[in-house]
Design a protein around this ligand. Structure first.
Ligand code: SF4
Length: 392
């Protein structure tokens, strides 16, 4: 039995042809699955009976098993989905006036191992399949439609952010059909501006995404210089900041927005000083670079949501405000992310899930020398790693 959540519409057309059906039948089938949430082939009344019989014999529409669901006081909903073999991933719905955003996971665990991130601390188990990525949206959309009593055609989810557990660009093969399903007018019909891929900086895949499916892009920067970013986001040693920002500039040639979102998690005494704000401003404006090519961007400052194993603290609100002021006065639009769902541990950096680490990250971490963050001397501190969670 093949799970049809695995296919974007083009692949579903190919599969239908293999079954001896016309490819256009795929569009009807796709609409039943992704616009009406139907999983019972017998109920798909405009499909010919022989085709329905074939579907019943050879295919299925299978969502993810819900291990738990929590609803926060502010209406944020967090689902823990069991993806088998001891792994579970989390998905978060964030309601706001006029829009509903779904934060989706792309991997069980993550191999990037960012110092401030609980998912990285847990290690890596496996990539999610396209079906498992799409199933998070499929479940949330149709469950919420029922609960909210939405009329036919009304949508619960207006925006998707690939900011849950995992580095989406390290699971590109599964991500791409999932994005295409989200954007498809016969699927969820989301505009490219309303689907955001957030990356820690997998430079070659940023270029591929630009060519294949340029949706909105967010870059998790978190540091204004390579020395600090090497420690906070180890992938920086492979793709340093200059290469990352160059790829972000190339991305804008085809992006649906005329800016990149820069995410910057505010860590007390690590990356939040006035001098670091000035350095970030200079970096993003391109001051000092040969071509003085700045990056059109907006900065999103994210107050760190501490978790026990992190050894890190949230920057005080006054320091976050001062940091934002430096950027704003320098001409860069800067926002401070509101914390949502923190009473159910659904805020940025708080997601945990359950991951069977196949990379022995815990052993490696136990053997590792404590990392010394290259912050100003007065604020130097040892940071020994962090725990799993939604990308801060
Ligand atoms: S912040 Fe993102 S890329 Fe870094 S370890 Fe966490 S999930 Fe992976």
């Amino acid at each position: 039995m093949v799970n049809l959540l695995q296919f974007d519409r083009s692949a579903l057309g190919d599969w239908c042809e293999q079954q001896g059906e016309k490819a256009f039948r795929a569009t009807q089938l796709f609409r039943w699955i992704h616009q009406r949430g139907e999983r019972d082939f017998a109920a798909m009344s405009d499909l010919a009976r022989p085709f329905r019989d074939k579907l019943i014999a050879s295919a299925e529409v299978v969502g993810l098993a819900v291990a738990s669901e929590q609803v926060a006081q502010d209406g944020t909903v967090k689902w823990l989905f069991d993806v088998g073999a001891g792994d579970a991933v989390e998905t978060v719905f964030i309601p706001e006036t006029g829009r509903g955003t779904l934060c989706i996971s792309s991997q069980a665990g993550c191999a990037v191992n960012c110092r401030f991130c609980a998912t990285g601390h847990q290690g890596f188990s496996r990539n999610l399949t396209t079906a498992e990525i799409v199933a998070q949206l499929w479940h949330a959309e149709f469950e919420l439609r029922k609960r909210l009593g939405l009329a036919a055609g009304e949508r619960a989810i207006t925006n998707v952010v690939m900011m849950g557990m995992g580095e989406p660009l390290q699971n590109y093969g599964a991500l791409l059909p999932a994005l295409r399903t989200m954007l498809d007018d016969h699927g969820y019909g989301l505009s490219r501006r309303r689907v955001t891929v957030s990356t820690s900086g997998v430079v070659p895949m940023i270029d591929r995404l630009r060519d294949d499916c340029p949706v909105a892009l967010a870059v998790s920067l978190h540091a204004p210089d390579d020395a600090l970013r090497d420690e906070l986001v180890p992938l920086n040693r492979k793709y340093p900041i200059a290469e990352l920002l160059a790829s972000a500039r190339r991305y804008l040639e085809r992006a649906p927005r005329d800016f990149i979102t820069i995410e910057y998690c505010m860590l007390d005494g690590v990356n939040d000083s006035p001098a670091q704000a000035e350095a970030l401003l200079a970096l993003l404006r391109g001051d000092g670079s040969a071509e003085r090519s700045g990056l059109p961007c907006k900065v999103n400052l994210i107050p760190f949501n501490p978790f026990a194993a992190s050894g890190l603290k949230r920057s005080p609100a006054a320091r976050v405000a001062a940091f934002a002021a430096v950027l704003q006065e320098g001409g860069i639009v800067t926002t401070v992310r509101k914390t949502r769902g923190d009473d159910i541990a659904a805020a940025c950096g708080q997601l945990a899930g359950e991951v069977q680490d196949r990379t022995r990250v815990a052993e490696r971490r136990a053997r590792a020398v404590p990392v010394r963050i290259a912050a100003p001397a007065s604020r130097r501190r040892a940071v020994e790693g962090v725990a799993p969670g939604r990308r801060p």
